[in-house]
Design a protein around this ligand. Structure first.
Ligand SMILES: [Zn+2]
Length: 312
């Protein structure tokens, strides 16, 4: 089934990416810095200008954005500090006013999950969990063609699963003991700084581990073990076909440490739930936002069911 051309938007704290997408394939793209300090109206003006700059004629727009989107109202209800004034924003209404297009908005990591579940590493599988490790840890759950958003839009906040490795560690959400507090990129860097006094970012921690720095290797191993433990809890609860792992901080050293902890904590009856890398790279949130736009039009994608390569 061929879907119409839709515009997809991935709003980040530093850059906004926009693409024209059909059936999971990105056909054109552009990006620009997000005017994050100028507030929501400026951010959405920027989105509209980027969509217009791609020409053509999309029939709808899907937006992946930081924050929670309340399923009942479509409003962003919990916002990110990375964009000023980014709360209680009706993104679809704002874009309808600017572009004259129907639209939908969803959490950016839920968009990542939708993209991977329908057109990426989870293609064709009924139960897919997406996990994105970056400055935080987010995720999503896609079951039988439906992305779970939850009562408040918060479904898939995998970073806030308690793990023993994080007991007592403050999490950015305000509670202690969550996996994000030990396994997100900044948390790994912070653990290294605690042990050594050296304040460096995750990529440098990884480089030092490769050069034989035992402390760097240990903090990566401990973070990975915590992540694997959390994902095993999810696997035990949901019995997924596949867990898709992506995000800029999902470095190979972290994933390698997560795998044995994951396998050790999965119930034997599950066997080996595949923990696989994301397939769409940085395009996953765009592809997912486009899929959400199509679903908003009442269209369902059969790309995940036919086993074919339509749109790829
Ligand atoms: Zn938390």
């Amino acid at each position: 089934m061929t879907h119409p051309l839709v515009a997809a938007v991935d709003i980040g704290g530093t850059k906004t990416a926009v693409a024209l997408v059909r059936d999971g394939a990105v056909l054109a793209r552009t990006q620009a810095p997000t005017p994050a300090r100028d507030g929501a109206a400026a951010v959405l003006d920027n989105v509209a200008a980027l969509v217009r700059s791609l020409g053509d004629a999309p029939v709808a727009v899907g937006v992946g954005a930081p924050g929670l989107v309340d399923p009942s109202t479509g409003l962003l209800t919990a916002a990110t500090s990375s964009i000023s004034d980014w709360s209680r924003v009706d993104v679809p209404a704002a874009l309808r006013a600017r572009l004259g297009l129907p639209g939908v908005a969803l959490n950016d990591v839920q968009a990542f999950t939708l993209g991977e579940a329908v057109h990426g590493a989870g293609r064709g599988l009924p139960i897919v969990i997406g996990v994105a490790v970056g400055t935080g840890i987010g995720g999503g759950v896609h079951v039988a063609g439906t992305l779970l958003t939850g009562r408040r839009g918060a479904a898939g906040h995998l970073g806030h699963i308690p793990v023993p490795q994080a007991v007592g560690r403050p999490c950015p959400c305000g509670v202690t003991g969550h996996v994000e507090a030990v396994a997100a990129g900044p948390a790994i860097a912070a653990a290294y700084a605690e042990h050594t006094g050296d304040v460096i970012a995750l990529p440098e921690v990884v480089r030092r581990a490769h050069r034989g720095d035992a402390t760097a290797a240990r903090v990566l191993a401990e973070a990975g073990a915590a992540l694997g433990t959390a994902l095993a809890g999810l696997a035990n609860a949901l019995d997924p076909d596949r867990i898709v792992l992506g995000g800029g901080a999902a470095v190979p050293e972290l994933v390698a440490a997560a795998e044995p902890a994951f396998a050790a904590a999965c119930m034997p009856v599950l066997g080996a739930v595949p923990l696989v890398p994301a397939a769409l790279g940085g395009d996953a949130p765009l592809v997912g936002a486009a899929e959400a736009a199509c679903r908003g039009l009442g269209l369902t994608s059969d790309a995940g069911r036919d086993g074919g390569e339509a749109g790829r």
